[in-house]
Write a protein that binds this ligand. Structure first.
Ligand code: ADP
Length: 537
């Protein structure tokens, strides 16, 4: 027997209307390229979204068309987040840090009909412009007229009506498209549906997930082109939460100024951002007021336990470690201490908080080894498989990568994990970064986390290099903090009590910077290439 519930589609216009109806005076603050602040409200954004939808329709954008953005985090980008899905089209966020070759490949693969681009990113567009064919290019300007052939965003929307009747929308139709940065192979596209975005937002906001309330002030440092800033701008709009967008200024001092000036309560980004903010706070602990900040969400790569502890013990700031993927919209797990475990010794609690944590509601997990499911004992390793309503079931127009998805409906994450009896997932490596030495696995993540606990080490990445006898051996690439020194022997001595002898790196290489992916993670493939001539004895 069926229940007597309404057919109520889970679509983004609901969030847009809610934002305009109930939270019209809530502020959205954006940092402009010249560092000045732009202030608007959800009420104003609501009206401008409707104008943008009309303008795009006038330009010929039809339901199903892909509309690309190449922009930093700001309120006009948020307008695109709503206007494009409102008209049944698909918001496709492009990552400006990718190479021109990748950007043109992605735009052509997605067949983007229109491109919205920041004025400060027009030079990036120029580098691949000759190879792509959007019908229109619209510039998010800051006072300057766009070059010949490009449209000005404000001119475009000014004459439009701020009323728009959306076409009928199916909750399962595509609303967003994001490509994984493709550290291996060609970038792969993931289509998000209206439904998946709504459900992802609801669960992200839960107190035991990221915990976002109306009374918060949320600053996404994670870019709007990196898995839609982890869904946070839409989640915040749904909750009616004030948003603070850092624009192109992602250095530690600029971010701390915003946290202080706008009284940010919750923020999110990849570990490399928090490593540099920690260094800035350590240098000048009293310069910024961060007393309202209650949560710093860290994900995208493993948050080192030493960083979690340093923030808490030295600055009273709380890191919330989360794990996810582009294929998962992205949220998968969040690490919070469960009831009954808060009595564990402090060191054990920090260890748990540095794991990737528990799956959030509606995400199911299994851990699969060579011979099927592995026990949840905190030691046995296997690949993490996931399924749920905001997890992709295939890539966009890409049959080649079909083996990422199992026949029985799971996504193979490529992450090698252990899971303990309480359900805490711990990533030991991405499968492509695992180090296999003499038949034994060595976790690069464990070595990196330990090294980043050394007082002189700012960043560390551990890679596998080929070895005649052992097949592979670990090599540590280390960046020291400004003004600090450490020798290879000191680092080896520091690790010795923490690891078995065979797990210790064969060599320590000191570098000025670590190469990064377009989303700010350490780029291990480049390090392997850079160090391939290194001879290990
Ligand atoms: P890319 O493949 O470009 O890195 P994603 O941003 O989608 O794209 O990366 C997802 C991967 O990032 C995960 O499969 C995992 O390997 C890694 N990752 C994400 N969050 C964490 C985390 N908290 N700890 C460790 N690894 C993480």
């Amino acid at each position: 027997m069926n229940a007597l519930m309404m057919q109520f589609p889970l679509t983004l216009p609901h969030v847009l209307e809610r934002m305009g109806q109930f939270f019209g005076r809530i502020e959205v603050v954006s940092r402009r390229p010249d560092k000045s602040l732009h202030r608007t409200t959800y009420g104003e954004i609501h009206g401008r979204v409707l104008k943008l939808a009309n303008a795009l329709q006038r330009l010929g954008v039809k339901p199903g068309d892909r509309v690309a953005t190449l922009g930093w985090n700001h309120s006009r980008h948020l307008e695109a987040y709503f206007a494009i899905p409102l008209m049944g089209a698909v918001l496709h966020t492009l990552n400006p840090r990718l190479s021109p070759a990748d950007l043109s490949y992605i735009m052509n693969h997605a067949d983007d009909t229109v491109l919205l681009v920041d004025d400060v990113l027009v030079p990036v567009y120029e580098r691949f412009r000759a190879n792509v064919h959007p019908r229109n290019v619209i510039v998010w300007g800051n006072g300057m007229r766009p070059a010949e052939g490009l449209l000005d965003y404000e001119d475009l929307i000014a004459p439009e009506l701020n009323a728009f009747t959306p076409p009928p929308l199916d909750e399962n139709q595509a609303a967003g498209l994001c490509y994984t940065s493709g550290t291996t192979g060609k970038p792969k596209g993931v289509l998000y549906s209206h439904r998946s975005i709504i459900l992802h937002s609801l669960v992200s906001a839960l107190p035991d997930a990221l915990g976002l309330k109306q009374t918060d002030t949320m600053m996404p440092v994670v870019p709007m082109f990196h898995v839609n800033a982890w869904g946070l701008p839409v989640t915040a709009a749904m909750m009616g939460t004030k948003q603070v967008f850092p624009g192109p200024h992602l250095d530690a001092v600029s971010l701390l100024e915003l946290i202080d000036g706008e009284k940010v309560t919750i923020t999110a980004g990849v570990p490399t951002i928090w490593i540099s903010i920690l260094e800035a706070l350590d240098k000048e602990p009293a310069r910024f007021d961060h007393s309202r900040l209650h949560t710093m969400v860290v994900g995208g790569s493993a948050a080192p336990q030493s960083m979690i502890e340093a923030y808490e013990k030295r600055h009273g700031l709380r890191i919330l470690h989360a794990w996810g993927m582009t294929e998962m919209s992205p949220i998968g797990t969040v690490s919070r201490i469960k009831a009954g475990l808060e009595t564990l010794p402090e060191a054990e609690q920090f260890r748990l908080r540095a794991t990737q944590g528990l799956p959030v509601p509606l995400v199911e997990v299994r851990v699969v080894g060579d011979n099927g499911p592995v026990p949840w004992d905190g030691r046995s390793m296997g690949e993490l498989h996931v399924r749920g309503p905001w997890i992709a079931s295939s890539y966009f127009q890409n049959p080649v990568e079909a083996d990422k998805f199992t026949k029985d409906g799971w996504l193979r994450t490529g992450d090698v994990v252990t899971m303990d009896g309480e359900g805490y997932v711990r990533i030991t490596d991405r499968s492509k970064d695992l180090i296999k030495s003499g038949g034994e696995w060595i976790s690069s993540v464990d070595l990196e986390n330990a090294l980043m606990g050394h007082p002189a080490v700012k960043e560390a990445a551990v890679i596998a290099l080929p070895h005649e006898k052992w097949a592979e051996r670990p090599v540590a690439c280390v960046v020291l903090k400004d003004g600090r020194t450490a020798t290879e022997q000191e680092l080896r001595d520091f690790l010795t009590p923490l690891f078995a002898a065979f797990q210790l790196p064969d060599a320590f290489v000191f570098l000025d910077v670590l190469p990064r992916t377009a989303t700010g993670k350490f780029l291990k493939s480049a390090l392997r290439e850079q160090l391939k001539a290194l001879k290990l004895s």
